[in-house]
Design a protein around this ligand. Structure first.
Ligand code: GLN
Length: 317
């Protein structure tokens, strides 16, 4: 396809038609991946659902399929907590967490041991627990959580966003892998609070519930679509996007960069928030996951969109 006949953000009608075709194909696909079953509440989500929403630079928003259905954002929340932590502590954050991709799963204990308790990046679970622990400095967990929720609501421009308490509580009971990561961090001197407090806050941030319409809006600051709004400095946006590109899909990040070509953050609830800098903020949701724990059909839809619109940041045409 030549660039002149591609649907572009300047031609919302062509883009909308291309997206309708993509969503239709995703809805009919029979290989939907496997829903996360290590969190009991996620195991019963219907894998036949598919939603997509996109915010464009002209201020318009297009919604498809189950875009209005709420889901658990899980690790997509890590992009928001990173923004909050960078805003509060700046570069000092990197004393406690690295900025390198990981070649093991998002909940790997091996990586943490090899790196002597300094998580490889803020998006693997151990790294996100440290970022949350940092945000909690000097205040009660509920105040840290309130700031995270405030940030997400402000980014989305929507106060109708809440935490699913029962999901957070169930992960606290069943999330043994995260408990082991927290205890290892504590034993390495890289957790300031009790495991119970840091993990409790982390599980609650993961249990934020949003739909694709809200999530696409919440990602606008990363795409530079809300001009004049200083929620996050442009330097921090650049940092977060770089980390989403290199680490946002864990050990599947190289594959995501190769196939999609723009930054994104996934969650085991099946959501992905992805941004095309200067052009679009996209949220896609399909609960079935691929082997890396990222939405199977969500990734395929973003790949098709990227090819159709020529949106890979690595494209030269
Ligand atoms: N709450 C989940 C966990 O900690 C988040 C993981 C994810 O979305 N990849 O295991």
């Amino acid at each position: 396809m030549t660039s002149s006949c591609r649907p572009s953000a300047d031609d919302p009608a062509a883009l909308s038609a291309a997206l309708a075709g993509i969503v239709d194909r995703m809805c009919r696909d029979t290989d939907r991946g496997k829903v996360a079953d290590y969190i009991p509440e996620l195991a019963c989500v219907d894998p036949r659902q598919f939603g997509l929403s996109i915010c464009l630079c002209d201020g318009s928003q297009l919604n498809f399929g189950d875009a209005a259905t709420p889901f658990s954002i899980q690790s997509v929340s890590k992009a928001f907590t990173l923004a909050v932590a960078l805003g509060r502590f700046g570069e000092g954050l990197w004393r406690r967490v690295g900025r390198e991709p990981s070649s093991n799963a998002f909940n790997s204990v091996v990586d943490l041991e090899l790196e002597q308790g300094k998580p490889r990046n803020p998006f693997v679970n151990a790294g996100a627990i440290v970022v949350t622990d940092e945000i909690m400095a000097g205040r009660a967990p509920r105040d840290a959580l309130a700031e995270i929720l405030w940030f997400v609501r402000a980014a989305a421009g929507d106060n109708d966003i809440f935490i699913d308490e029962s999901l957070a509580r169930s992960e606290k009971v069943t999330g043994h892998r995260n408990w082991s990561l927290a205890h290892f961090l504590k034993s390495s001197g890289n957790l300031k609070h009790d495991c119970e407090l840091s993990l409790g806050t982390y599980f609650h941030q993961c249990a934020i519930e949003m739909n694709c319409i809200q999530l696409a809006r919440a990602g606008r600051f990363l795409a530079g679509l809300n001009a004049g709004d200083e929620l996050v400095s442009s330097n921090h946006v650049r940092s977060i996007n770089a980390l989403m590109m290199t680490c946002g899909h864990y050990d599947g990040s190289g594959e995501f960069a190769y196939r999609v070509g723009f930054p994104g953050k996934s969650g085991v609830g099946g959501g992905i928030m992805a941004v095309v800098p200067g052009k679009a903020s996209i949220a896609v949701w399909s609960p079935g996951l691929n082997r890396f724990g990222n939405s199977r059909l969500g990734t395929i839809a973003l790949e098709e969109l990227s090819l159709a619109a020529g949106w890979s940041v690595f494209s030269v045409d």
